[in-house]
Design a protein around this ligand. Sequence first.
Ligand code: F6R
Ligand code: ZN
Length: 187
Amino acid sequence: TPIDYPISLDFDAENGTFEPCPQVTPRHLSDLKEMFSDQSTVAQILRENDPLIYEIRYYPFTTTKSDMALAVTRIFPGTIGNEFYMTKGHKHQREDQPEVYYCVRGEGFLLLDTLEGEFRAIPWRAGVITHIPPMWAHRVVNTGNDLLVFIGVFHLSAGHDYDIVARKGFAYRVLSRNGKPELIKQD
Ligand code: F6R
Ligand code: ZN
């Protein structure tokens, strides 16, 4: 239901949580298993358990005339094989829908890819704000030993295309070599 009066949330930047929070979506390995390069390690892990890779907390600021939304994502530290934990990644379905991302805590990369030849890997740490133009697929990778927290502001009507990312993939992966992140080109 639309709410046409101001709403404020109590945000805990250390934890990446806020109150009140109407929706929490967990993403376990099984939810993004096809995104990781090392499929034999994925299968091996899933035989034993299904680790939580990240969590998204949503707040829809729906009014009678607008559909802005807030999402706070907490990516846990870790790797699958030698690939760092990351978001599934998606492109917005509508071609006129950008997004603003703000890294609140942690370190890693924001990967941006048109899936048509243009790619950027933005080194990400607390304090960096990035505007994601329409038609750029986006994924965040946690390369640190600690939680990575970021805020996304977008329109609910943007829509999320995960399939195109699953089909085409990002141009580069972020892999751990001796604990250090390396960008590796995909063929
Ligand atoms: C919304 C947005 C973020 C992501 C979230 C999780 O448009 O970009 O809120 O949805 O960071 O990533 P995905 O959606 O790729 O699982
Ligand atoms: Zn998005």
